[in-house]
Design a protein around this ligand. Structure first.
Ligand SMILES: NC(=O)c1ccc[n+]([C@@H]2O[C@H](COP(=O)([O-])OP(=O)(O)OC[C@H]3O[C@@H](n4cnc5c(N)ncnc54)[C@H](O)[C@@H]3O)[C@@H](O)[C@H]2O)c1
Length: 255
C-alpha cells in the first residue's frame, strides 16, 4: 500500500489547505504517514505541501473543486497513479448563514454537493479499493449540526445529518469486509472558516463571544484538538470504534 516504494500508510485528506484538514495533515505527518491532500484553492494548498514536506511527510496534492461531482473520480484516477490510499478523511466543507426562506437553490445544491455528495463519491471510489486491499479507515467530518438544529444553517444541518447517516450505513454494509468508518462531530472550532464568519459579522466581538459560549468550557475548539480526534479514530487505538458519530464539542450538544 501507500506510495510506491514507501512503507508508510498513505492518508488522503480533502480540504487540507486550511483549518481542521491542515491540522490533521500535520498531526498525521508527525505520526509517520504519507499524505495526499486536495483542495480547491491552489495557493494555500501549495503552502501546505511545502510545510508538510518540511515536516518529513512525503506529500502529493491535487487542486480539485469537489462541487464538480462528475470530475472527482477521473481526477483521482489521474492524480493517484500507482499510489494506494490506506486512510481517507472527508473534511472539505462549506456553509451559508441562511434559513429555509432565504436559502437559494444554488446555495442548497453547493452545500449538499460539497459536504455530502462529494463524501459519498469519495467513499464510492475508495471503499472497494480498500476492501480489495484487506481493509481501510475513513473519517467523515460531520458537525454538532449533525445532531442539533443550528439557527440559520438549514442546508448545512441537512448535509451534516446526512454525513452521519451515510457513515452508519457504510459501516453496516462493509464493516465485515474490513472497513472502519466513523464521523466526527466538532463543536465550534477556531479555523479560517470562523475567521471569515467573523469578518462578515456586523459585530465580530459579540459574535465571537456567542460562538465561544456555545461550548460549555466557554471557548472554541482548536483545529489541532479535532485533528487529535481524527487521528485517534484512524489509528489502532480506535480499532473498536466503527459507525460512530464521535462528538467533540465541549458539551454543545449535551444540553
Ligand atoms: N470550524 C467549525 O466550527 C466547524 C465545526 C464543525 C464542523 N466543521 C467542519 O470541519 C470541516 C473543515 O472545516 P474548517 O473549519 O477547517 O474550515 P476551513 O474553511 O478552514 O477549511 C475548509 C477547507 O475546505 C476547502 N473546500 C471548501 N470547498 C471546497 C470544494 N468545493 N472543493 C475542495 N475543497 C473545498 C476550503 O478551500 C478549505 O481549505 C468542514 O467540513 C466543516 O463543516 C467545522
Amino acid at each position: 500500500m501507500s506510495y510506491p516504494g514507501s512503507n508508510k500508510k498513505l492518508v488522503l485528506i480533502t480540504g487540507a489547505a486550511n483549518g481542521i484538514g491542515l491540522a490533521t495533515a500535520r498531526k498525521l505527518a508527525s505520526t509517520k504517514h504519507d499524505l495526499f491532500i486536495l483542495d480547491k484553492d491552489e495557493e494555500p494548498l501549495a503552502k501546505a505541501v511545502a510545510g508538510l514536506t518540511a515536516l518529513g511527510a512525503r506529500t502529493q496534492s491535487l487542486v480539485l473543486d469537489l462541487s464538480d461531482s462528475e470530475n472527482i473520480m477521473p481526477s483521482l484516477d489521474k492524480a493517484l497513479g500507482e499510489a494506494k490510499v490506506d486512510k481517507l478523511v472527508n473534511n472539505a466543507g462549506v456553509g451559508f448563514a441562511r434559513n429555509v426562506e432565504n436559502t437559494s437553490f444554488a446555495e442548497w445544491d453547493l452545500t449538499l454537493d460539497v459536504n455530502l455528495k462529494a463524501s459519498f463519491i469519495m467513499c464510492k471510489y475508495f471503499v472497494p479499493k480498500m476492501i480489495a486491499a484487506g481493509g481501510g479507515e475513513i473519517v467523515n467530518v460531520a458537525s454538532a449540526a449533525s445532531i442539533v438544529g443550528l439557527k440559520n444553517r438549514v442546508a448545512y444541518c441537512a448535509s451534516k445529518a446526512g454525513v452521519a447517516g451515510m457513515t452508519r450505513a457504510i459501516c453496516a454494509d462493509h464493516a465485515a469486509e474490513g472497513i472502519r468508518i466513523n464521523a466526527i462531530a466538532p463543536g465550534t472550532v477556531d479555523s479560517t472558516w470562523i475567521e471569515k464568519i467573523l469578518a462578515d459579522a456586523p459585530d465580530p466581538v459579540a459574535t465571537r463571544k456567542m460562538m465561544e459560549a456555545r461550548q460549555l468550557d466557554g471557548r472554541m475548539g482548536t483545529p489541532e484538538e479535532v485533528a487529535n480526534g481524527i487521528a485517534f479514530l484512524l489509528g489502532p487505538e480506535g480499532r473498536f470504534i466503527n459507525g460512530s458519530l464521535f462528538v467533540m464539542d465541549s458539551g454543545l450538544t449535551a444540553i
